[in-house]
Design a protein around this ligand. Sequence first.
Ligand SMILES: [Zn+2]
Ligand SMILES: [Zn+2]
Length: 549
Amino acid sequence: MLTLVALAAAGVLFFALTLPRAPLRVEPWPGSDLAARTISGAYHIHTTRSDGLGDKAAVAAAARRAGLTFAILTDHGDATRPPDPPAYMNGVLMLDAVEISTDEGHYVALDMPRAPYPLGGAADAVVEDVARLGGFGIAAHPDSPKPALRWTNERAAVDGFEWLNTDSEWRKDSQLRLVRAGIAYFFRPGPGIATLFDRPSATLQRWDRMTGTRPVVALAAADAHGGVGSRAEDTGKSFSGMIGIPSYEASFRAFANRVVLDRPLSGNAPEDARAVYGAIRSGRVFTAIDALAGPALLDFTVEGGLDRNAMGSVLGEDSDGTLIARATLPRDADLILIHDGRDVGRGRDEIRRVVTGAHGTFRVEVRMPGAPGSPPVPWLVSNPVYFVNPIPRAAAPAAVPPPPAIAPFPWRIEKDPSSSAVLRTSDHDVALEYKLGDGARNSQFVALATDPQRQTFSAIDLWLAGDRPARISVQVRRAGGERWGRSYYVDPGGSSLHVPLADLRPIAGTTLASTSSADLASLLLVIDLTNAAPGRSGVLRVKASALSK
Ligand SMILES: [Zn+2]
Ligand SMILES: [Zn+2]
């Protein structure tokens, strides 16, 4: 009996000693208006609209209890649902965004109107669509331990990057660590979640490399579902006993994004949404792990002459200035200055660094002793200031008039049995009037096809127009059925496409060997379910088409 009591006592003592401590209280700066302009919010949240367990009101209530000012919902979708207008619920500014599945990972689009067709398919096509629609796109859980969830595209010009994602963090942990976190969660939910965090070194390095060529805003993603019960991304796993854990509130108490505004919020939802999105777009946002310490404040600027440039600013290469960073610091924590991914300075209250002819990026972190993980997760991560001449985003090709007197190919129709199409040829164009088959998704497609007879070419030139915004896949096919293709946007006003064979990617087959066009049997302009719903009808016009050597 005595042994049992002793064992139980030892067990209680063990867990008490290994329990995460309550968040440290950090002394805020007296008299600074920065606190009133720095608001915290959760980003990357799922509700019952996709695979989350709570509705919008439940999320707002949880955000309120966690002391947040805004929450960005990111339910899974193809962006054809109009986003809810910004609104205050329970005193929390609720913003509605969408997480889009691409062939190379998930891409969250913020601040974007409804898309005119379903977004999906190749990652670079979705990134291009989000940019054209005026949205701000963030590569989600880029280094998820689950390969299917990783962001594997390295070329597309994403606007943002999740440096920390709760879902990615727990997936890499051992059973023992998860059990300990579960026990800790029971006593201290937010700190319990934070015991699962490590410094995501590879993700931070990847982000540091990306920011060498253009701004990429880093955010921390709660990836909150209100529990791990029934997420669409993870149908293989069953957590039936753990419905509701971690709760939205616990996720929101683990960490938050801090947006630094020009002035405090007004209480007018549309106006405040513009201010929050504006700050995120310009990189005036940082992360703090609230489960470790708080409140977090950061003042990070570059002074040059009379100018004061905020965090996120893009100064050209070879600029001069003085970097000034000040942050609220937990006891024994260090403020670190990082240049192109390498630590170059360390301080307590303030870091001041004169730079002349600067190149690359500077950002700051606050590292505190006792933070969980190996290596330990940083308590605070800023966005950079950039001494970079950004590579401009590839501009949409100018709508040049079609070259005259190019004989159109003899086009014909290919389609699945449920879809219908007719071809109308006039003096000035070939018009494909199509309707994809109704009903369930069953690989419906309609294509314009033509058969280049043993011609040698390295690119296809097309002048196309649609009856409304659309995407088509330009494809080539060998006699054996192997296909290569690439998705292109077609504007109602007309789009001229230059399609080098070398840019096409395998659809069914291997990499296209050189530009051996002679054995390409067919060329296809395909409308399929990648960017159209079943039942969709429309018109695709070919105003000119040519093969170039
Ligand atoms: Zn996702
Ligand atoms: Zn998600």
